[in-house]
Design a protein around this ligand. Structure first.
Ligand SMILES: [Zn+2]
Length: 408
């Protein structure tokens, strides 16, 4: 399955964040998960059944809101002949906006992974768990655990450890021989060991080289064999470059793979933070130059430089949340634009005090990302976990750039 682009991931994460926050006054928020294999007509008849069931709901306002939500989903479903590739997820209902007021919200998401099972849920909150799981990173690492007698090759896929192959060596053990033949025997052992390492490398090369998104290779084992294996460069040079480090494990079987991942966890986390720190350091170095170097910051400045293709790397904080909402008042027709953190912000009409309806949401990060893509600008998201990442958000408003050339 195709990996999501950073932008799609960001947009999906942002929608989920918004959906998660919403509260219903009663159990009147509907979450509907439609797997790709489900017939739309089936779903529609299921919903009609729920609609008639809902006439039993005691509270008049809850009943009215549930029925309105179901009707809304039914009418949107008409746009689909069949569910899209990964299915569809609806979050529809009246959210509470205080003072006994509610406002209808309507989210339709096409998830990054296939929806596994049909779910219909009516609650005072939306049910987002199945989607949260899809957001977990799916980075791939190659895993090798070895000593002189056994080796196991596998992958770390997101959080899952998958074993590819486990095999034993024919290297005889070192003890039990003495006298005249001892040196000759040593020599045989070394040849057998060399053959074994070559075999490990062959299997690892075959498994790992075809993996396009391989981020790195982790090597583990109980003794010094793993260091020897790495130092002697048995692996294909492309994989050799991707070796992150060696880690001690007690075992060299499938359990050893799990130990390896466990022991490498901190190193992998540091690696991500390192990348972020390096990037921010580069930015700070430029800023310190008397003429401002190739650093740029400030929303307008960054946007303008981006549009003329002057930015090499656009740096965005993962925590940057800013949208421009275009709103219309449903009772007096007044229009206005506001900057908000997200699309769930409740805005009242200046003229009559009614809750305004959102016509359009322009997300700053999404907008910048699209301009960047069109200009071959690299986009890096920086977490708030490092000191540098925190500074990006607090001191620079969460966005900055490193220029290709200086602009005025
Ligand atoms: Zn108004």
């Amino acid at each position: 399955m195709a990996e999501l682009t950073e932008l799609q991931k960001y947009e999906f994460r942002r929608s989920l964040e918004e959906v998660r926050k919403l509260q219903g006054r009663g159990t009147e928020l509907i979450s509907l998960y439609i797997p790709p294999t489900r017939q739309v007509s089936d779903v529609a008849s299921y919903l009609r059944g729920e609609y008639s069931q809902s006439s039993n709901i005691k509270s008049a306002s809850t009943r009215k809101n549930v029925q309105a939500a179901i009707s809304s989903i039914l009418s949107r479903l008409k746009n689909f002949k069949a569910p899209p590739e990964h299915g569809l997820v609806f979050f529809v209902g009246h959210r509470s906006i205080g003072a006994d007021q509610t406002d209808m919200v309507n989210f339709v998401l096409e998830p990054p992974d296939p929806v596994p099972t049909f779910i219909y849920r009516c609650d005072s909150q939306f049910f987002t768990e199945p989607l949260e799981q899809m957001l977990e990173t799916k980075e791939t690492y190659g895993l090798i655990v070895l000593d002189r007698s056994e080796a196991t090759i596998g992958f770390l896929l997101g959080k899952r450890v998958v074993s590819v192959k486990n095999f034993q060596s024919l290297v005889p053990s070192k003890h039990g021989r003495g006298g005249q033949s001892a040196r000759r025997f040593e020599r045989l052992i070394e040849i057998a060991a060399h053959e074994f390492y070559k075999k490990i490398a062959d299997i690892a090369n075959e498994a790992f080289l075809s993996e396009k998104n391989l981020k790195g290779v982790l090597v583990g084992g109980p003794g010094p064999t793993k260091e020897y294996f790495v130092k002697s460069e048995y692996l294909h040079h492309e994989l050799q470059r991707k070796i992150i480090d060696t880690f001690d494990t007690g075992y060299t079987d499938e359990y050893g793979l799990k130990e390896l991942v466990e022991n490498a966890r901190e190193a992998l986390k540091d690696l991500d933070l390192m990348r972020e720190k390096d990037l921010m350091q580069r930015f700070f170095e430029e800023i310190r130059k008397p003429d401002g170097g190739l650093a740029i910051y400030g929303e307008e400045q960054v946007k303008n430089a981006l549009m003329i293709g002057a930015i090499d790397t656009l740096i965005l904080s993962e925590d940057l949340r800013r949208v421009r909402l275009k709103l219309t008042c449903p009772s007096c027709g007044n229009k206005k634009e506001v900057l908000a953190k997200d699309s769930t912000e409740v805005v009242k009409c200046d003229k009559c005090g009614a809750i305004m309806k959102t016509d359009e949401v322009d997300d700053l990060v999404g907008e910048l990302h699209k301009i960047a893509d069109a200009n071959n600008t690299k986009v890096e998201f920086i977490s708030g976990e490092s000191e540098e990442g925190g500074l990006l958000l607090k001191a620079f408003g969460g966005l900055a750039g490193i220029l290709r050339f200086r602009v005025n």
